[in-house]
Design a protein around this ligand. Structure first.
Ligand SMILES: [Zn+2]
Length: 235
């Protein structure tokens, strides 16, 4: 990690002002206010309000080393002024969040602060518990412990399924709980999410690999996989 660019003992406000000066040398530096907020995720935001920069940073970064806040300052200010973020800073920032302790903190925060966006397992047309247990016996020797199951509140077509390890929940899009949806399509999405329980995401440095080669191999073990994929495209 390069730290030469960061002076010691800068406040978060001073860091943002210094980065602003470097990015917009001809613009007078506005007043900056930085607040650490208890968000349910790692989000941070920046806004220009009445000539002042209002920065809200996840409290997960309260006490983070100055080079991390500097990286975040580049990311947020570049976003605000539509400039490309220098790769060095986005890399530094991602690397920090992929550290084991940060992942643990983020996980705990999501678990306690997150809101569940789902309904019961029993839908109008399909019972997710029944589908889970059938697949469990067919593909996992009945050995997979059942996470919480539910349908999404909003019928998304882009996210058909989702496994949230922080809450140990599988959510399927309620767009799949319809009269014209073949059961095998629902089963395939559930199977995919069950594989996420079986093959957790791997972290390699700054990269997060969700669908590992191992995962993709396991996915092909689903009976009638091609048929299921074709059906899903029509939903
Ligand atoms: Zn997936």
């Amino acid at each position: 990690m390069q730290v030469e660019s960061t002076l010691l003992f800068e406040t978060p406000e001073e860091i943002f002002k210094r980065v602003f000066r470097l990015l917009k040398p001809r613009t007078p530096v506005p007043a900056v206010r930085v607040d650490f907020r208890k968000f349910a995720n790692a989000n941070s935001s920046i806004r220009l309000e009445n000539g002042r920069l209002a920065v809200k940073i996840t409290d997960l970064l309260e006490g983070a080393p100055a080079p991390i806040l500097e990286a975040l300052a580049y990311i947020l200010l570049c976003k605000l002024y539509r400039k490309p973020v220098p790769a060095m800073y986005s890399h530094r920032y991602r690397l920090y969040f992929n550290r084991r302790d940060m992942r643990t903190n983020l996980h705990a925060v999501r678990q306690t602060r997150g809101r569940k966006m789902m309904t019961e397992a029993q839908g109008n047309y399909f019972d997710l518990e029944e589908i889970f247990q059938e697949l469990n016996f067919r593909y996992f020797f009945g050995l997979m412990s059942q996470p919480q199951l539910g349908w999404s509140r909003r019928p998304s077509r882009t996210t058909l399924g989702h496994y949230d390890p922080s809450h140990n929940v599988i959510v399927l899009s309620s767009v799949l709980d319809g009269p014209g949806v073949p059961r095998i399509a629902v089963e395939y999405v559930m199977f995919h999410e069950m594989l996420h329980l079986r093959h957790p995401a791997e972290h390699r440095g700054a990269r997060r690999c969700v669908h590992t080669p191992e995962f993709k191999r396991a996915e092909k073990e689903f009976d009638r996989v091609e048929e299921a994929k074709k059906l899903l495209k029509r939903i």
